[in-house]
Structures are given as structure tokens and as C-alpha cells.
Design a protein around this ligand. Structure first.
Ligand SMILES: Cc1cc2nc3c(=O)[nH]c(=O)nc-3n(C[C@H](O)[C@H](O)[C@H](O)COP(=O)(O)OP(=O)(O)OC[C@H]3O[C@@H](n4cnc5c(N)ncnc54)[C@H](O)[C@@H]3O)c2cc1C
Length: 394
């Protein structure tokens, strides 16, 4: 249910192995919803294992092999990293325009044999053996029975709600805003990551094809009076980017090429995202804080783990539980380490400043102290020893 990254990649992977698949996507045409447009190196590795990397790389993607962090408005990078040289995946971040990626992967699912219905909405889900869904198309309602229903319908998932999954949520903390620009002269081969920790501000520039740049601003919610929302907020978005440390001259000729929107950073998740014939994947299973760019990599991990569980046995109830148990493990590691990055780079107040006074000089001296989960994935060290190294408490 849904036709985003999670649904289309799972549909393709299962259809090409002969499973009968129905994809239900409410949008007739994808538009810019201000979503993820940069896939971390560990997500690139997942894309390779799922057989979609070449398609993305040749048809809509660009690789950014550098990751440059600028601190407090400085013009020399605090850290300049070549990710192809230094990640276990030997890959940079792959950027693309999200609607183009969605169209491409949904076409690929259809080409592999999945039945794809656009302009159709899931309006009801009844878990059970077998599970059933109610689908509305052009005012007509139809009940569909399936061996497995997969909710891949994003952060506001109706499958999650109708399936009566319990949702856990972190306290509100960060806000994250994004907009697409043209004529913004950021270096085209690296991510520009400006952090102003004292102000609880971060700005990220991800250059993509067509000489466009996806720009984000993240901030602590206590430091922003009003959300950055709509064209009228564009001037404030640029001001906040500059306060984060992006050079003002980058915006002299920049022109917006899509909507501006702000999202809550608080992570939401379902423990054990499978019950009674219904599995959740991607943002429906766990929405991670976009500030740290892990959502699409997690989505592809979900798809790969669920695919492999389903292909390993005819007992799809057992496969659903096996997927959910594994999901809990890797999501917990990403979730935990996201909160470390928030503590060190985004939190505000005296305690946060004291934490940074201890940690930042050590991180500058030895960048290997920075937890590498956001680039290398949940298998990178993230135990208590890794936390102490990151916080400078060892
Ligand atoms: C501002 C922002 C920045 C981000 N930046 C990054 C980043 O840099 N890197 C990264 O990895 N991730 C990032 N993310 C997260 C990333 O966008 C998501 O993790 C990813 O899109 C999740 O994919 P999905 O397939 O689970 O859900 P979605 O992409 O949301 O797809 C869900 C689909 O389901 C459809 N749908 C919903 N309800 C129904 C219904 N009832 N019936 C039929 N169809 C339905 C929707 O139309 C949609 O096409 C960011 C997110 C935000 C908000």
C-alpha cells in the first residue's frame, strides 16, 4: 500500500521472482513533497543488493563523494572527507529529485510484472489470515484479499492506524525545513554541511542533476519563532541558512524551484512492525529525524530484510515476525545514534554548551571519534564505548 521508495522497490523485487503484486498509490503523478533526496553510502549498498542502484545512478542520480562540515560560519572545512575512500561501502551519497526517483522505480515495478494502480487510495485495512484492504478508485470501492498486506504509505500511514499498531514517539525537539534551488553555486561533488551548534542550527546543501540543489535547514524548536512554510518564508529560510554558516553569496542569484515546507524531527516508530498479515516498511514502520538523513536507507534495509524473509519460507506469518524482530534491532541503533548527533550538534543551553566544550576539540583533532552510523549504517560501532568516544568522555 503506497507507491513510494519502499513500496515500489519491494514490489519490483517480489514481482521479478514471480509473486503476484498489487501496488496502490494515491497520486496520479508525483510532485515535490519536500522529501529525502540524498541516499547515504549504506543506503547505496542496500540499493545495490536490491538491484536498483544502476537504474538510479544512470537515470536520475549523481554521486557526491565528499562530505564537508563547516563550523560556526568558518570558510575552511572543519572536516573534509572523501567518502569513497573512507566508508566500508566505498561510496558517496547518491542524490536525486525525489519525484523522478519515485516515477522511475514505480515504472520498474510495473515492468517486473507488478500491477500498479495510480489514483487509488487505501481506505481501510483489516488484519487477519488472510488480511483484507478496501481500495477506492474513481469513487468505486473494492475489497482486496492478499496473502500479505504491506503498509508502505509513509509518515502519516493509514495502514498503521487501521492496523491498530501502537506508535511510540520521541519528545518534540528539532524542526527540519527544505526547498529546491536553481542557480545556487555550491560545489557539485560534495555535501555542504554547515553547523552552528551554539545557535542550534544546521544547513545542508545536496547538489543534484540539472544544476539544482536541495537545501535544508534544521533547528532546535525553541530557537525558531515561526515555521518556515511557503514562498513567503523563503527570505527567512535564506537568513537561517546563512546563520548556520552557508556563505551569503550562494543565494545572490538563487531561485526556488519547488515548495518550502517544515517537518517535525521527533522520531516515531512501531515496535515489531508486523501483526496478523500486515507488515509496515519505510516511514510507516519508523520515521527517523530527517536532520540526519537516514530515512531512505532504513526504507531500503526494510525492503531487503522483508524480501529475504519472504523468499526464505512459505510461512509468511513467520517471515513477517522475523522481519519485524530484525527491524527493531537496526532501527534502535539508528535511533540511538541520531540522538547523539542531536546532543552534540543541535541541543541548546548551558549543559549542551558544556558537552560541546568537551567533545568538539577532540572531534576536530580526531574525526574518527564521530560515530559513523549516518554514513556507514547501523553496523558501525554504536555501543557505550563509541558513545563515550563521540562525547569525549573516554
Ligand atoms: C524534509 C525531509 C528531508 C528528508 N531528507 C532525507 C535525506 O536526505 N535522506 C534520506 O535518506 N531520507 C530523508 N528523508 C526521509 C525520506 O524522505 C523517507 O524516509 C522516505 O521517503 C520514505 O519512503 P516511503 O516509501 O516509506 O514513504 P513515502 O516516500 O512517503 O511514500 C509513501 C507513498 O504512499 C502514498 N500513500 C500514502 N497514503 C496512501 C493511501 N492511503 N493510499 C494510497 N497511497 C498512499 C503516498 O502518495 C506516497 O507516494 C527526509 C524526509 C523529510 C520530510
Amino acid at each position: 500500500m503506497g507507491g513510494g521508495l519502499g513500496a515500489s522497490v519491494l514490489a519490483r523485487a517480489m514481482a521479478e521472482r514471480g509473486t503476484r503484486i498489487l501496488v496502490v498509490e494515491r497520486e496520479e503523478r508525483f510532485r515535490d513533497r519536500v522529501r529525502g533526496e540524498a541516499l547515504a553510502p549504506w543506503g547505496v549498498a542496500e540499493a545495490k543488493r536490491l538491484g536498483i542502484h544502476e537504474l538510479l545512478a544512470t537515470r536520475c542520480g549523481s554521486e557526491l563523494r565528499g562530505w564537508n562540515i563547516f563550523f560556526g560560519g568558518g570558510s575552511a572545512p572543519f572536516i573534509a572527507r572523501d567518502l569513497v575512500e573512507t566508508t566500508p561501502q566505498r561510496a558517496g551519497w547518491l542524490t536525486f529529485y525525489h519525484p523522478a526517483m519515485q516515477e522511475l522505480l514505480l515504472e520498474a515495478a510495473a515492468a517486473a510484472g507488478a500491477e500498479v494502480r495510480r489514483g487509488a487510495r487505501v481506505v481501510e485495512v483489516r488484519p487477519g489470515q488472510p488480511p483484507r484492504v478496501q481500495v477506492e478508485t474513481d469513487g468505486r470501492s473494492e475489497e482486496v484479499e492478499a496473502r500479505l498486506v504491506v503498509g508502505a504509505d509513509g509518515r502519516g500511514s493509514m495502514v498503521r492506524r487501521a492496523g491498530r499498531f501502537t506508535v511510540a514517539q520521541d519528545p518534540d525537539h528539532l524542526l527540519f525545513a527544505g526547498v529546491l534551488f536553481e542557480n545556487l553555486p555550491a560545489p557539485s561533488d560534495a555535501v555542504y554541511h554547515a553547523i552552528n551548534p551554539g545557535l542550534g542550527r544546521v544547513a545542508l546543501l545536496f547538489p543534484q542533476r540539472g544544476e539544482r540543489v536541495r537545501a535544508y535547514v534544521g533547528c532546535h524548536k525553541d530557537t525558531l519563532e515561526r515555521r518556515l512554510q511557503g514562498a513567503a518564508s523563503l527570505g527567512r529560510f535564506i537568513e537561517e541558512s546563512v546563520r548556520s554558516g552557508v556563505p551569503a553569496e550562494f543565494y545572490t542569484r538563487a531561485r526556488e524551484a519547488g515548495p518550502l515546507a517544515t517537518f517535525d524531527g521527533a522520531e516515531t516508530w512501531v515496535e515489531h512492525p508486523y501483526r496478523d498479515g500486515v507488515a509496515l516498511v519505510g516511514d510507516a514502520a519508523a520515521t527517523s529525524d530527517p536532520t540526519w538523513g537516514q530515512g531512505m536507507s532504513l526504507t531500503l534495509r526494510d525492503v531487503r530484510v522483508l524480501r529475504d524473509a519472504l523468499l526464505a519460507t512459505d510461512d509468511w506469518n513467520a517471515a513477517g515476525h522475523a522481519y519485524a524482530a530484525e527491524h527493531d534491532g537496526y532501527f534502535a541503533r539508528v535511533h540511538r545514534t541520531d540522538s547523539w548527533f542531536t546532543d552534540i550538534f543541535m541541543d541548546v543551553g548551558a549543559a549542551a554548551d558544556a558537552r560541546r566544550d568537551r567533545a568538539l576539540p577532540l572531534l576536530a583533532q580526531d574525526p574518527s571519534r564521530i560515530c559513523d552510523v549516518p554514513h556507514s549504517g547501523p553496523e558501525a560501532p554504536c555501543d557505550e564505548a563509541a558513545r563515550r568516544r563521540f562525547y569525549g568522555e573516554d
